[in-house]
Design a protein around this ligand. Structure first.
Ligand SMILES: [Zn+2]
Length: 164
């Protein structure tokens, strides 16, 4: 690329017509055998299941087919608590459209990597707490569930701080 080409590309981009459209794309997808078992237990029994490697014992949440540590097919299940420990956290101040709802999510809000009791992995989820001065690595949290479960991760509204 010569020196002038980059500038021309930027200028052309500014001159492009921008069209704003809203698209409503509804779709269904198969969760496969692992996610079917996971979400059935979730919705029908209000249980969180992790996939447990029978070779090394590692428990994955969300469940996965192959163990990342020993590369064996995972064929076991293990019940996981809805209580856990915050391993990393942040507070989000930048507004954006939540892809789960299609609506702007009110800011600020807390996000954390949470290791639920019984799992060896973390999930990334919303916190009720959004004050950085009240957050710390190792704080204990518990899921706050919707009354009526839909069998979706959004059945958990957020994780609230608990004292134990
Ligand atoms: Zn393993």
């Amino acid at each position: 690329m010569s020196k002038g080409e980059g500038k021309d590309e930027v200028k052309e981009e500014k001159d492009l017509l921008r069209v704003s459209i809203n698209m409503n794309l509804e779709y269904r997808w198969s969760g496969g055998s692992y996610y079917t078992k996971f979400y059935r237990a979730w919705k029908e029994e209000r249980k969180i299941l992790g996939a447990k490697c029978s070779s090394c014992g590692r428990v994955y949440l969300p469940p996965r087919l192959i163990c990342g540590d020993c590369y064996k097919k995972i064929d076991g299940w293990s019940e996981i608590s809805d209580k856990g420990t915050v391993r990393a956290y942040t507070v989000v101040y930048q507004p954006f459209v939540d892809p789960r709802t299609g609506k702007p999510r009110p800011v600020p809000y807390g996000m954390a990597l949470i290791q639920l009791d019984g799992a060896d992995t973390t999930i990334n989820y919303f916190l009720e707490e959004n004050d950085l001065s009240k957050m710390r690595i190792g704080m204990r949290v518990q899921a706050v569930w919707r009354e009526e479960l839909e069998g979706n991760i959004t059945d958990i509204i957020y994780f609230r701080t608990i004292e134990e």
